[in-house]
Design a protein around this ligand. Structure first.
Ligand SMILES: [Zn+2]
Length: 146
């Protein structure tokens, strides 16, 4: 099944983050930065909350950050039944210092050793799959001690 960005909009998104998904599909990690004042705006919006500009530059970033928060899922919830076989799994909210500390969510892949708030993580971009409901996704892996 091919993911449709129009479908995403119908499901509940407002479309301001379409470029995030398009970039991920192409293996790039991009977040929006206001053309007017430089403010990073994530989650994406059509208008800058600081200066009112409607223009954003989708800026390529290296997918590196630190763990802002994490949670372990120990139950196969119906809404994410595609991940039932992975239970228990950890979801990380990673803070991206190069993007004004924007926070980007993803599943933790690999070892949980050293999982703690502030731990360094690196993102791995994955193509759309059944598990990610046909969206491209970013998975975080813990970097060696830093
Ligand atoms: Zn602005």
């Amino acid at each position: 099944m091919q993911f449709s960005y129009e479908q995403h909009r119908i499901i509940g998104g407002i479309g301001a983050d379409d470029e995030y998904w398009r970039a991920l599909e192409q293996g790039e990690f991009k977040l929006p930065r206001c053309s007017g004042c430089g403010q990073w705006t994530w989650p994406a919006h059509y208008r800058c909350g600081v200066c009112g500009s409607w223009e954003f530059v989708w800026t390529p970033l290296e997918p590196v950050g630190t763990v802002y928060a994490w949670t372990r899922t120990c139950y196969a919830f119906e809404r994410v039944k595609e991940r039932a076989a992975d239970v228990p799994y950890v979801t990380v909210l990673a803070e991206i210092p190069a993007a004004g500390n924007a926070r980007v969510m993803g599943i933790l892949q690999g070892s949980e050793e050293n999982l703690r708030i502030g731990a360094a993580v690196r993102g791995l971009i994955l193509p759309p799959s059944e598990k990610s409901k046909h969206y491209p996704s970013i998975q975080w892996t813990l970097e060696a001690h830093r």
